[in-house]
Design a protein around this ligand. Structure first.
Ligand code: PYC
Length: 313
């Protein structure tokens, strides 16, 4: 009658991560890409139960811990949000690291985490601070124009940072928390226009994250962003994969040298500090951020509860 799922919640710069530590589905064997596909096609009720209302919210990102494929890795992980699985998740990686530490499963130091889009190395600097080196990140296309109904034309770069991003520097919007409704509406229209006009990432991949940049409010930072995530929530953190995409573009433009530190401020003022290491085909971004565990609970799915699998379209 009742299914129980053990979770630990944390926030990374204000953006939540809910790590599933028990009661998750058996996704079978095979690569993490195969397992992610099984999560998408066979266990969508589980995904929705964990992150969607009434237990979660549109902004919640889930992280399903899995046995690693390589004994050198501390875990495998599949991240997911209110609409489906993700590729990588930067704030989620920091949340997973801090959660593993709270569970006493890891010590400070370097660890490997397997994700569907590649292996990520993270260093637990202390109980709350984590530095991770992301998957290969690169700019796919520069100065791409998109016509957005009722808004006009926008020019941006398409880049990969573990998810696909459209990055816009040139716009007239004020990146203030008070304006998130307008920013959400604008970026949602941009996302729809990109899809309608067939503007995609590599191999026709949908660009499902839109990122606006502007001047930081805190002068000790380099930039401020607003990031629209695939399910229409905005990222409260500076977005690890979005910051990676930005770093890749800055490097390509000659505006960031290896070893330079770039401080990306989020729409709520939280900060990730990043740098790049150039490699064949792009850069490996390294990003430092902070997370705190803020809940440890058991989700209860009662067979009589019509909303046990969350509210989903
Ligand atoms: O930090 O990479 C990130 C992320 C992706 C979606 C939400 N956060």
């Amino acid at each position: 009658m009742v299914q129980r799922i053990g979770v630990i919640d944390s926030n990374t710069g204000g953006e939540p991560t809910r790590v599933v530590i028990s009661g998750g589905p058996n996704l079978g064997s095979g690569s993490l890409i195969d397992q992610r596909e099984r999560l998408r096609t066979q266990f969508d009720e589980f995904r929705s139960a964990v992150v969607n209302e009434p237990r979660g919210s549109d902004v919640m990102v889930g992280a399903l811990l899995l046995p690693p494929q390589s004994p050198e890795a501390v875990a495998g992980v599949i991240f997911f949000n209110n609409v489906g699985p993700l590729g990588m998740c930067g704030h989620g990686t920091i949340g997973v690291a801090v959660t593993l530490r709270a569970l006493k499963r890891i010590e400070p130091g370097k660890h490997l985490l397997e994700t569907p889009v590649g292996v990520v190395e993270f260093e637990l600097l202390n109980d709350h601070e984590v530095r991770f080196s992301n998957v290969l990140s690169y700019r796919f296309a520069k100065d791409v124009s998109v016509d957005v109904p009722s808004l006009g034309s926008f020019t941006g770069d398409i880049a990969w940072g573990g998810n696909w991003f459209f990055l816009i520097n040139d716009h007239s919007f004020d990146l203030k928390l008070a304006n998130v409704e307008e920013l959400t509406s604008v970026t949602w229209k941009i996302r729809k226009a990109l899809a309608a006009q067939g503007i995609c990432g590599a191999n026709g991949a949908e660009i499902d994250h839109i990122e606006l940049f502007g001047p930081p409010l805190d002068p000790s930072n380099d930039s401020r962003n607003f990031v629209l995530c695939p399910g229409k929530a905005y990222d409260r953190s500076p977005c690890g994969t979005g910051t990676s995409a930005k770093l890749a573009c800055l490097y390509e433009d000659g505006k960031l040298k290896p070893g330079d530190l770039f401080r990306q401020e989020s729409i709520i003022g939280s900060v990730f500090a990043g740098s790049v290491q150039p490699v064949e085909g792009g850069v490996i971004p390294t990003i430092t951020g902070t997370a705190f565990v803020n809940a440890e609970s058991t989700l209860i799915l009662n067979a009589n509860d019509p909303f046990r699998f969350g509210i989903r379209p």
